[in-house]
Design a protein around this ligand. Structure first.
Ligand code: NI
Length: 252
């Protein structure tokens, strides 16, 4: 079930059978010469939307702008600074918790988001801790590539040239979902360099075409489809396990 294609009565009805919601979260940022700018929000969205076709899970709107300051020297990148991102995540979670959602599962598609999302969770839990009450909701972060079996499959598919940014696995997933948007380029070098991540101009100077350690030319829609199938299976298990955790504290 997709929240944005549902009504409030349908959402109220869903809350009678489940208190869990999945939020795809990512980033709109450069992904090398052939990767779509939306890659990091498209991947978790594609996986979550595919999963809800056969499982009774509720998927909220995709949080599609993340912490991508280091990519801002490439056109098309849109970034929230960490403090803004923390504030926005907080208001999303408070809105949903106010309706009775007790478990908010963020399926993430951007490694650069992790530290800020974790900090946002701490800010939200602190609201309960500093007032001496139980939180009425629990938060969970899972990167799609950390879903069971996914990285193992990606390593089999791409034994070399996977890298860490504009990876063939994430690009394969977007190719599978959006075959009309597949791009081509001559990569030079074939496998991009690796190194640290600092500010935007430093990033562009180190990684001329935006890739890090990857060879996106290895991506195919078929490999992307296999990754999505593996991820969907694992996501159902993760959401069910999250739902089985002891309920958070009562509202006070
Ligand atoms: Ni990415």
């Amino acid at each position: 079930m997709l929240l944005h294609l549902s009504t409030w009565p349908e959402t109220e009805k869903f809350l009678e059978r489940s208190k869990t919601i999945v939020i795809p979260i990512g980033s709109n940022e450069q992904h090398g010469p052939t990767g779509l700018l939306g890659t990091d929000w498209l991947c978790p969205e594609i996986i979550a939307h595919e999963t809800q076709k056969t499982a009774d899970i509720l998927v909220g709107p995709t949080f599609n702008i993340g912490m991508a300051q280091h990519h801002l020297a490439f056109p098309g990148t849109i970034s929230l600074r960490p403090s803004t991102f923390i504030a926005a995540i907080g208001d999303w979670a408070r809105s949903l918790a106010g309706h009775g959602f007790e478990r908010i599962f963020f399926l993430n598609g951007h490694g650069g988001n992790v530290a800020t999302i974790e900090a946002a969770f701490s800010e939200l839990y602190a609201e309960a801790s500093y007032t001496g009450r139980r939180s009425t909701y629990a938060l969970k972060l899972k990167n799609w590539w950390d879903l069971k079996g996914v990285m193992q499959l990606a390593n089999q598919q791409f034994p070399t040239g996977h890298g860490s940014h504009a990876t063939p696995s994430e690009i394969a997933i977007t190719q599978w979902a959006y075959p009309d948007a597949i791009k081509a380029a001559n990569y030079a070098p074939q496998i991009a360099p690796t190194g640290p991540i600092r500010e935007a101009l430093d990033f562009r100077a180190r990684y001329a075409d935006g890739r890090m350690g990857s060879d996106p030319g290895l991506a195919t829609p078929e490999k992307g489809g296999a990754l999505v199938a593996m991820a969907c299976k694992a996501l159902v298990e993760e959401v069910e396990a999250f739902g089985r955790e002891p309920a958070p504290g009562p509202a006070q």
